[in-house]
Design a protein around this ligand. Structure first.
Ligand code: HEC
Length: 133
């Protein structure tokens, strides 16, 4: 009787602590995406998404690499020629840390390249890939 109360007490404690432990910045963004995707992220799938030539978007932007360059370690260029800092977290440390910025650019760029919004799984895979580089 007494034993069975312990796990209950522990799970109650975990629930109380969750808001305080919920990550901010990049961790928080990934936790949110993880909850929505319900599946583990894969850097390999993120790489495939980044490198692929897609159909369905704008003809002039068939790939993420069109602007971000083929290597996450290198700077990219907008269509107007403006420099874009490297996408790899090892090169640009504040990448994927502002939820509003992340949401805005995924929305815009996935529409341009894929002709639709990216799924939570695709976003999580992409960030996971960029954290691995
Ligand atoms: C037309 C050019 C262009 C294409 C194509 C493009 N991007 Fe971007 N992307 C940008 C620009 C410009 C920024 C904002 C500048 C910056 O973050 O350095 C940006 C920023 C981002 C960010 C925000 C990064 C952060 O630090 O929060 C994400 C995420 C992103 N892009 C994902 C993608 C994905 C995924 C694709 C392919 C499906 C893609 N982009 C294709 C131009 C592009």
């Amino acid at each position: 009787m007494r034993k069975s109360l312990i796990p209950l007490a522990l799970s109650g404690l975990a629930m109380t602590l969750t808001p305080a432990l919920a990550g901010s910045g990049r961790t928080g963004i990934l936790e949110q995406l993880q909850a929505e995707a319900g599946q583990a992220f894969s850097a390999e799938r993120g790489k495939a998404l980044f490198m692929a030539r897609h159909k369905g978007g704008k003809p002039k932007t068939p790939s993420c690499t069109t602007c971000h360059s083929k290597s996450p370690l290198n700077a990219g260029r907008t269509r107007a020629g403006k420099r874009i800092a490297p996408m790899a977290v090892s090169k640009t440390s504040d990448r994927y840390s502002d939820p509003k910025k992340v949401a805005k650019w995924f929305r815009r760029n996935c529409r341009s390249v894929l002709g639709r919004e990216c799924t939570p799984l695709e976003k999580g895979d992409f960030i996971t890939f960029m954290m691995s580089r």
